[in-house]
Design a protein around this ligand. Sequence first.
Ligand code: ZN
Length: 170
Amino acid sequence: MSPRALIKYPDPGLQEPCEPITEFGEGLRQLADDMVEIMRDEAGIGLAAPQVGDGVRFTIVDVSGGADPDQVLYLVNPRVELEEGEEREEEGCLSFPELILAVRRPARIVVAAQDLEGNDVSIEADGLLARCLHHEIDHLAGVLFIDRVSPLKRDMTRRRIAKRIRAGDW
Ligand code: ZN
């Protein structure tokens, strides 16, 4: 059992930029293992460190949804190097239970990052993987998916969330 737990909106820790990772040791490996466990428990396809209370630039992505352990990507200090095109699709976020929003994101991206050992890696992605990577890298800048919808939609969504929090349904 991991002592870490999923953090939900509107926790302020989700809305702050994260710090770069400089040490590639056992602590990072433990964070990665804890995050995989939480992502699996929640049936997610991606999770960023601030979502488990660690304000560091680290994220994991598994668009197989747990079907294929080899597909888990571990991205340390990731950054989007190139964006192309645009797609508007529905997506969710583990920090926003059962909330689905249609969000515009680049159709194709190139991401530069490091792996758990500190080696440089580069990932080219389109479709769901591009969307997921972009969503998770946003988290590391304190940017949430409600920040990427129109101000009107954002206000409506915030009101709906406040109502659900008051009702104990969040
Ligand atoms: Zn998210």
